[in-house]
Design a protein around this ligand. Structure first.
Ligand code: M6R
Length: 595
């Protein structure tokens, strides 16, 4: 998984590439590299860690004035993240950066290079070698690329430079996103608009199995058989404040505190002045007539999907299955007669979701995407889309996209039941106020994080019903940014096994926002305390107990919007105290573009 950027134009390519790569770090940040082309040849520079680490190397590099080049920031799939495995990979004339996974890498090596020792452990080096091979006997690079597309299996977005044409970028793509960005006197290439947005707002998409030849003042896109393809441009306006931290120490903190505003934004997009929910009638019609809803998602989006299930079941009595995208793709259960599939994905690029989407499309089932990104594969491929309007989320740990997804689910389920359709806008607006109040108590949360989580190796979140679903998200946050092994458990299940893990001082956060389960929660809390657990109850009931943190939840159904906020802060402050890289936690990437 990587982020790719390319530039050819009238300015020095290196600083533009490095800045673009820095903006793409959400796609990976374990190593980076660039290939810079000038009349004197191609020079590749690589580093471990963030693309920023390229800057000192560039300062002492003679080809810094090159006007053309490609680069990547990498999340290792094949081979550890070191300089040898970092991209670009080179062979002869060609230097290649790659996002994706070549599934038949081994077979290609056996067929074309049986006696060759490869330098790296990557699945990318074979691409550079194939290009060099296919260009033997004066074959043109375009013919070589066509042949390459014919033999490669898997997902790839490729940026290629050729030492014999230092003023041209080549791009090839299958199943991994790749865009061309156009401006006066230059053209660019990028995995995402954000890599190019400081230079242009005009983009062209490269589709699967197409390739492009890009110069400073022109570009052409071709199908895999070499036929030129016409493509319409699209314009993306970017709110630059979305891409900067402002006065915040971390994007995560900024994004936590944006949540009340995001909920109000969602309300203004989906409700009219009377508070009535306005959602595309076709979506409502399909959901109304469906016999079952399948929610497909991963990670935080999966956790939001569980809350969505609760809403559909409680608000409109619709049966729902929530499925982990990566599991569902290759383990599909028998599907009901008239299903609707809802894909939840902040990035719209999660490969596990895309794989299910293409399978269910082949089967002819209806699909709705709930996403944050208009320029994304899932947005494009689904029959219908509902944007979550969260604004760009940059921290790897999802915060505002979770609450935005939950709010969109609440609106969608309410739109299917007239009784709720009139109430939901008011309830969401009150929830936004309650979220704001919760955010204003961050100093308390910092103290809790210090008292409960300092030096802890493991932690529990327990809850029942919708609180249990919120616990799963709360636990994920603590795992991914503070590296504390945390379980989200149904409080009722604890005594069936996991309570064995509770020891003297084990931190246990108990979410209790539902009247129907509040008494049972009290018993579960006592059970944990009796075994030495150090419990903090996060409850919607007012209490002066020192081990209770009261939160305000306007409507019980919407409680995850509020109860998740202290949990997000606990994770943030615990990570801060431990010196973790909060916005870029180890081993992770924001968009998981490989299966
Ligand atoms: O972009 P998506 O919502 O499809 O991403 C799915 C997960 O990778 C993502 O939610 C991940 O779990 C979060 N970054 C966790 O905070």
């Amino acid at each position: 998984m990587c982020g790719i950027v390319g530039y050819v134009g009238d300015k020095e390519a290196a600083p533009i590439l490095v800045a673009g790569l820095c903006n793409l770090q959400y796609r990976g940040y374990d190593s980076a590299g660039v290939a810079l082309c000038s009349a004197d040849g191609v020079r590749t520079l690589k580093c471990v860690g963030s693309p920023e680490n390229l800057i000192p190397k560039l300062a002492s590099c003679a080809v810094c004035s090159a006007l053309c080049g490609v680069g990547t920031t990498r999340w290792a799939t094949h081979g550890k993240p070191d300089v040898v495995n970092a991209h670009p990979h080179s062979c002869g004339r060609f230097h290649v950066v790659h996002n994706g996974i070549i599934e038949n890498e081994k077979a290609l090596k056996e067929e074309y290079f049986p006696n060759t020792e490869f330098l790296s452990q990557t699945d990318t080096e074979v691409i550079a070698r194939l290009l060099q091979k296919f260009c033997e006997n004066n074959t043109s690079i375009c013919e070589a690329i066509q042949r390459l597309v014919g033999v490669l299996r898997g997902s790839y977005a490729l940026g290629i430079v050729d030492g014999e044409r230092p003023d041209v970028l080549y791009a090839v793509k299958n199943k991994s996103p790749l865009l061309i960005g156009c401006g006066e006197g230059f053209n660019m290439l990028g995995s995402d608009t954000v890599a190019m947005i400081s230079h242009t707002d005009k983009f062209y998409e490269i589709c699967d199995r197409e390739y492009a030849v890009i110069t400073a003042d022109d570009f052409k896109i071709y199908s895999s058989n070499g036929k030129e393809v016409r493509r319409e441009a699209f314009v993306v306006a970017c709110d630059i404040s979305d891409c900067t931290k402002g006065d915040y120490a971390h994007f995560m903190l900024k994004e936590i505190e944006e949540q009340p505003r995001v909920i109000r934004q969602i309300l203004s997009c989906y409700c009219d002045e009377t508070g009535k929910v306005n959602i595309d009638n076709e979506i409502i019609g399909k959901l109304t007539h469906s016999d079952r809803i399948y929610i497909i998602a991963s990670g935080t989006s999966y956790n939001a999907g569980l809350v969505g299930k609760y809403y559909f079941e409680k608000i409109c009595s619709k049966p729902v299955d929530v499925c982990m995208a990566g599991e569902f793709a290759y383990n599909m259960p028998p599907i009901s007669q008239s299903p609707v599939f809802i894909f939840v994905s902040q990035s719209g690029e999660t490969a596990d979701c895309i794989s299910v989407l293409s399978k269910i499309k082949e089967l002819g089932f209806a699909s709705v995407a709930i996403t944050n990104c208009e320029v994304s594969t899932i947005f494009r491929e689904a029959d219908h889309t509902l944007l979550i309007h969260a604004g760009r989320e940059i921290a790897v740990a999802s915060t505002k996209s979770y609450t935005a997804q939950v709010a969109v689910f609440a609106l969608l389920a309410s739109a299917l039941n007239e009784k709720y359709s009139k109430l939901i806008a008011k309830d969401l607006s009150l929830a936004a106020d309650a979220m704001e109040k919760a955010c204003s108590r961050k100093e308390e949360y910092r103290e809790v994080a210090h008292e409960y989580l300092l030096n802890q190796q493991s932690c529990f979140y327990i809850g029942r019903g919708i609180d249990y679903y919120a616990c799963l998200e709360a636990a994920l946050k603590l795992k991914e940014i503070a590296y504390i092994h945390t379980g989200g458990y149904a409080a009722s299940e604890l005594k069936h096994g996991s309570i064995a893990l509770i020891e003297q001082g084990t931190p246990v956060f108990a979410l209790s926002t539902q009247k129907i389960t509040s008494l049972h929660m009290l018993s579960n809390i006592e059970e944990v305390k009796a075994r030495g657990g150090k419990v903090l109850c996060i409850s919607s009931c007012q209490s002066d107990d020192e081990d209770c943190l009261s939160i305000e939840c306007a409507a019980e159904l919407l409680s995850p919007l509020v109860s998740v906020i202290p949990a997000q802060y606990f994770a943030y402050y615990a990570a801060l105290e431990r010196g973790c890289d909060i916005d870029r936690p180890r081993n992770l990437a924001k968009a998981v573009t490989v299966e």
